[in-house]
Design a protein around this ligand. Structure first.
Ligand SMILES: Nc1ncnc2c1ncn2[C@@H]1O[C@H](COP(=O)(O)OP(=O)(O)OP(=O)(O)O)[C@@H](O)[C@H]1O
Length: 257
């Protein structure tokens, strides 16, 4: 039996005002995939994520999560979200790493439930998965950008989601820690069978970690395996990214002109 996609977009279009920012998007993300969503600035990637999370409503088309229309979807504990703004705490922010991760459990609990020993174990399990156990009692603001993002992955993991969506999570992460961050995501994808959707500008890095790549510029111009993405010609790449971007080399590192 073919499994239903965890996320499915069918001919989705959206505009904030008069101009369409997302057009004719068809995209399916299946269980076990690690999909990198790339595209130039302003190409609609974050908007697409907002549509998937039900934060904006499409003007046209259909969005299904776990086989259900996003309008009726209520299993939000199945979807974790890590944003690019997560790592912006200053050093005085009054929460420990433990408290930040534990807050990921709140949506699962009724207001009458108290945090118990089981919840404590779950928090430590999640911290262990991101190799941040020994930082449990540090203030979140004391940590580096890369460490804070690991804590936010733990916060997303603590409610045992099937899917985590990340919107440019490496913004603010030192370049020497970016690879380790991608390695962690790759490990969670393979060993925990966690499905990942990640918006990123790190075109070179994402293709060596993600199983699939989707490139968008209002609509999706390419969606396939990372291997197929590597096989694209320079002409196909330039066409997709438009004239404001020059391809520097065939490993798909691009720069803006
Ligand atoms: N709240 C909003 N109201 C009006 N227009 C918006 C809003 N948010 C985004 N836009 C516009 O929609 C278009 C798509 O923006 P979006 O942030 O989705 O692109 P993006 O691909 O995520 O960009 P980036 O890579 O720079 O983060 C842009 O032209 C942007 O200016």
């Amino acid at each position: 039996m073919v499994q239903e996609p965890l996320i499915e977009l069918e001919d989705v279009a959206f505009k904030y005002d008069k101009e369409w920012v997302v057009e004719h998007v068809n995209l399916a993300i299946h269980k076990g995939q690690f999909l990198g969503l790339v595209g130039p600035n302003g190409s609609g990637k974050s908007t697409l994520i907002k549509l998937m999370l039900g934060l904006e409503k499409p003007n046209k088309g259909h969005i299904r999560l776990f086989g259900k229309s996003v309008k009726k979807f209520n299993m939000w504990q199945e979807i974790g979200f890590v944003s690019q703004k997560a790592n912006s705490f200053n050093s005085g922010f009054p929460a420990t790493v433990y408290e930040v991760v534990r807050s990921g459990l709140v949506s699962r609990m009724s207001i009458f439930q108290l945090f118990n020993q089981k919840h404590k174990e779950k928090v430590y399990e999640a911290l262990k998965e991101v190799e941040m156990e020994e930082y449990a009692h540090y203030s979140i603001g004391e940590l580096s950008g890369g460490q804070q993002q690991r804590v936010f992955i733990a916060r997303a993991l603590v409610s045992d989601p099937s899917l985590i969506i990340l919107d440019e999570p490496t913004v603010g992460v030192d370049s020497e820690h970016v690879t380790a961050f991608y390695d962690l995501l790759g490990k969670l994808n393979r060993e925990r069978d966690l499905t990942l959707l990640m918006v990123t500008h790190d075109i070179g890095t994402i293709t060596s970690h993600a199983t699939h790549v989707a490139c968008m510029n209002k609509s999706v111009h390419f969606h396939g395996s990372s291997e197929d993405y590597h096989d694209m010609t320079d002409e196909e790449m330039s066409e997709m990214y438009g004239h404001s971007i020059h391809q520097l080399s065939h490993n798909h590192e691009v720069t803006h002109s």
